[in-house]
Design a protein around this ligand. Sequence first.
Ligand SMILES: CC(C)(COP(=O)(O)OP(=O)(O)OC[C@H]1O[C@@H](n2cnc3c(N)ncnc32)[C@H](O)[C@@H]1OP(=O)(O)O)[C@@H](O)C(=O)NCCC(=O)NCCS
Length: 163
Amino acid sequence: MRYTASTEVELREVHDSDLPVFFRQTNDPESLRMAAFTAKDPTDRDAFDAHWERIRAAPDVLNRTVLVDGDVVGSAAVYGEPGEREVTYWIDRSYWGRGIATAALRALLATEPERPLHARAAADNAGSLRVLEKCGFRVTGHDRGYANARGEEIDEVVLTLEA
Ligand SMILES: CC(C)(COP(=O)(O)OP(=O)(O)OC[C@H]1O[C@@H](n2cnc3c(N)ncnc32)[C@H](O)[C@@H]1OP(=O)(O)O)[C@@H](O)C(=O)NCCC(=O)NCCS
């Protein structure tokens, strides 16, 4: 079953009660491997809580919870300095392949006026690259970076959404 932005997929502000759900979602081994550029130790709950406290208080971070039929299925955010703002998102593995990340990113882009916007993904994160491409991002660069979830330096793709 596929979802569209106008119906089941919604974004709202992050509630305290979403955090345990995000913690579980971001500790799934397959998701971690795919995202690659993750926290040093995703199982460290104190570090996770400190991170969320910081980004929820930061005026330049737009954090959103992704809901499908009222269920918390992930998160999406825009962060960074003007001119260098980046998008990021994470969807619960049990909901993959239904168009949810694409709908969530479209909704996020509709609430964030800044352009250009940037994104980064591991070069082998085909799902994320496809989501970005479907939302209008184009590849503008290549990089190498240390991926905590892989324990090694890997190729990274930089994408940009122009006005
Ligand atoms: C990447 C992620 C957000 C995708 O979420 P999703 O809800 O499954 O995404 P969608 O269903 O909207 O779109 C996925 C697209 O990628 C495609 N895709 C998925 N896996 C793929 C693969 N291995 N090879 C090629 N295409 C793939 C799907 O077919 C779909 O494209 P289509 O609509 O043209 O068929 C999700 O897998 C995730 O949260 N992963 C872990 C965290 C992460 O990687 N975040 C991004 C960091 S840059």
